[in-house]
Design a protein around this ligand. Sequence first.
Ligand SMILES: Cc1ncc(COP(=O)(O)O)c(C=O)c1O
Length: 384
Amino acid sequence: MGKIFNANRISSMTTSIFATMSKLAFDYKATNLGQGFPDFDGPQWIMDAAYEAMKSGKNQYAPSSGILSLKKAITDYHKKYYDLDWSLDEVIVTAGATEALFSTIMAFIEPGDEVIIFEPFYDSYLADITLAGGTPIAVTLRKPDFSFDFDELTNAINDRTKMIIVNTPHNPTGKIFTKNELEYIASLAIKHDLLVLTDEVYEFLTFDNEAHIPMTSIDGMKKRTITISSTGKTFGMTGWKIGYAIANETLATAIQKVHQWTTFAVNTPAQHAMAYAFSKLDDYLPEFRKLYQEKRNLIYNELLKTKFIPHKPLGSYFIMVDIPSNIFADDTQAAMTLVKEYGVATIPPSVFYVKSDEGKTMLRLCFAKEDKTIIDGIRKMAKV
Ligand SMILES: Cc1ncc(COP(=O)(O)O)c(C=O)c1O
């Protein structure tokens, strides 16, 4: 047998559902409520700051773990908004949250380790755990409020469990984990000496005055938690891919080891622009949150006029809807019919589940879209 064949570790990987649905959206000229990023630009003043950085010679490699002013801006806002103290050595700037997730999982998970994930999950968790040789163990967030059964979580933990991954505010359900839920997860993590990876990329996208609760704010969790976030979400520049991981120095050192051999360092002028953006966070946030609160309300109210029943999200820029079961057999059929016959692209969420069939009863829509895109897409769905 020749040697030109794929490594086994990628054998379960296929084209992501996002690429598949975006291609269909393009082919059928559909309104795209599937892809999970804004169809409008982030602020001009952040672009100007990036250009200024380029013009002032900030174009060579940044320090591997990130430029100091960005790390300082990140630790400053954690103090100001969450009363959490971090040092600069505890922050690693990465190529988006995606690389932070990869580097963290590679740093801690080895073959035989089990990792608890809540389903529906952001799909890179599954890929990263698989690449590391670990085993994902799912706990289901169940409708209508996407809460989980505490016993299901307790029973999922055994001697092989090494990590629990939490994502709050949550993609795709829009759930915000309650303090009680976070405390329960924390109590198990402490009891079984587990790591917790908390993906908080939507930390500033909360609605109806709901507060985001960082996992590290729960007693006893700071030393065992890796917090991941992304300026792509906070400042609406997903294409810049500036994310970060925050963890105590021992954990951060391990993540840094993977990071230095993965990307080494990330885009220098964009880091400078994001350091500046964080310095304006107080002025920026009210407007940003108002924009998304209005979009959340718009899509929810439009959906009420259709046969698709929305689950009101409290955070993130996604909304789950129940599909009318008398019309469609499952989520895949609904998503295919909608894109091909009604001209609107959505995401069938069953790909975000490995255990429960509940995903087959819903679709995920993204409302980080111009109002006219939202109205156009949902009105097409209303024709079903
Ligand atoms: C929950 C979640 N985590 C991580 C990411 C990746 O973030 P980034 O674009 O910064 O890599 C996303 C992007 O959609 C996400 O929804």
